[in-house]
Design a binder for this molecule. Structure first.
Ligand SMILES: Nc1ncnc2c1ncn2[C@@H]1O[C@H](COP(=O)(O)OP(=O)(O)OP(=O)(O)O)[C@@H](O)[C@H]1O
Length: 470
């Protein structure tokens, strides 16, 4: 980026942040380089780098992206010749290594905002498109997602708002976006005039930043406060972005006050989102928070069967041999998106070579996907993690003692073995000191029950599952 371009960009920042902020925080920034997608700025002090990073980084990043710079992150380095740096360095020598002194880095969102070519851009950015494939009828329900599905259905019925917000959370590719779109379709079908706004948290931030820049905050507030239903996908994105969080908080409150439905998705429970302000966390926890659990074998098979029907619309003549879907459901347990991609590839490949989809073709065509999903969680790993978590010895999990302080963790471990490995109940029993399969079955059932009645157990299981799948 040239000095001249940075100069123009600074002028735009001046308009957005106002003279005082500009003089204090933006003017002293010295543009250095763009290296591998990172825009580096020199700052006089460490403090200043941190402050700018926390308060203006999203804005600067947005300006850079809008001006065509291929930038994904910002880094702030204390200038080598800065008197302040010498002073700070002297006090904290081990903090600063060599010349490079990155004090703060911020990650940019993947996509630039949609630009509506000079028109009233806030208006033009009304809603992110809804995927026509993501409806309730194409959503396969199984044990891991039945609660989330039921809650989404309930909200999709419309009528008086019973829980607000509805928060859907869970790992990558488990159907959060699908369910949100399904709710939107359903609501729109019932009442086409309903103003349903679906957008990602990233888009929310862009609109906010854009409104700031174009001095259209009133329009922004009006737009967001006039919707009937607001859906914000991947809310974890705004964590650590202070001004965006603040605006989100006010938007949220204004809508709840008007009794307008809000639906949020996140990749983890609100309480676990790092750098999300407590007041935002607690607002999100006020309504109904439901988890989409990782898929189990049955659900994956059900999804595959449904998706095969869809593929048949494109490839009506392709045959699929017995056992292939079961094999895929067993082997690809990462997420539904990967499963779907594998199936699409399989059909395209089989149609190219004009063959039936059998085991050989599947192994050939999906060798990389199958290899990638080979990492299997073992029974031993689960036993070790659970014993560490409950601070007991592994031998106590496997051993015969019936003390409650061992029995419950043992049941949790059995439950996780059933969920996360492909071991049968008798095999699991054998690994737990030669116990009978009925004992394992009882343990698994017990934890299933407790998960619905005992928040602590539910949380324990969730934390363990996440750490095992990490
Ligand atoms: N239960 C299901 N039935 C049918 N399709 C599903 C189901 N769960 C997920 N999918 C499909 O898997 C793909 C990924 O789902 P989706 O985009 O909703 O995931 P997500 O939870 O929002 O993931 P991310 O965290 O990456 O945003 C979509 O194509 C979706 O249709």
């Amino acid at each position: 980026m040239t000095e001249e371009k940075w100069g123009q960009l600074r002028n735009r920042l001046l308009k957005t942040v106002g003279q005082n902020n500009f003089t204090t925080w933006i003017e002293p920034l010295e543009f250095d380089t763009v290296e591998g997608g990172v825009a580096v700025f020199k700052v006089p002090t460490n403090f200043m780098g941190n402050y700018v990073s926390q308060n203006f980084a999203d804005l600067i990043l947005h300006e850079l992206t809008m001006s065509g710079e291929p930038v994904q992150r910002l880094a702030f380095r204390v200038a080598a010749n800065s008197p302040a740096r010498s002073a700070e360095t002297a006090g904290t020598a081990d903090t600063y290594g060599g010349d490079r002194n990155d004090v703060a880095v911020m990650t940019a969102p993947a996509a630039a905002p949609v630009s509506a070519g000079g028109k009233d851009t806030l208006e033009a950015l009304q809603a992110a498109p809804l995927d026509p494939r993501f409806t309730f009828s194409s959503f396969v329900v199984g044990k891991p997602n039945e609660l989330a599905h039921a809650a989404a259905r309930r909200v999709g019925e419309g009528g008086p708002v019973t829980f607000n917000p509805l928060v859907l959370y869970g790992g990558v590719g488990l159907g959060k976006t699908h369910l949100m779109h399904a709710i939107a379709w359903e609501l729109k079908e019932k009442n086409p005039s309903l103003n349903v706004l679906y957008l990602s948290a990233e888009q929310f931030m862009y609109r906010f930043v854009q409104a700031l820049r174009e001095r259209k905050m009133m329009d922004f507030k009006h737009l967001f406060r006039s919707v009937d239903v607001l859906m914000v996908d991947d809310v974890q994105f705004i964590a650590g972005k202070d001004s965006t969080q603040e605006e989100f908080f006010h938007t949220f409150n204004a809508l709840v006050d008007q009794n307008k439905q809000i639906i949020i998705s996140a990749d983890r429970a609100p309480g676990e989102i790092k750098d999300l302000e407590d007041r935002v966390k607690s607002r999100l926890q006020c309504g109904l928070v439901v988890d989409l659990h990782p898929t189990d074998y049955e659900l994956r098979l059900g999804i595959l069967q449904t998706k095969v029907e869809l593929q048949r619309q494109t490839y009506p003549d392709l045959r699929i041999a017995d056992g292939v879907l079961e094999f895929l459901a067993h082997r690809i347990s990462t997420n539904v998106r990967v499963l779907e991609g594998a199936l699409t590839r399989l059909f395209a490949f089989a149609s190219l070579v004009g063959r039936e989809i059998d085991m050989d073709l599947t192994q050939d065509c999906l060798a990389d996907v199958l290899r990638a999903s080979e990492r299997k969680i073992t029974v031993e790993e689960i036993q070790r993690k659970v014993s560490e978590y409950y601070n007991i010895r592994m031998s106590d999990i496997i051993g015969p003692k019936r003390l409650r302080s061992y029995a419950r963790p043992r049941q949790v471990a059995m439950y996780l073995c059933k969920q996360l490995t492909s071991r049968s109940l008798p095999e699991i029993g054998r690994r737990f000191g030669g116990r009978d399969h009925t004992t394992v079955m009882h343990g698994v059932k017990r934890i299933e029950e407790l998960k619905t009645t005992d928040g602590q157990i539910a949380e324990d299981v969730e934390m363990l599952r996440r750490s095992l799948e990490a």
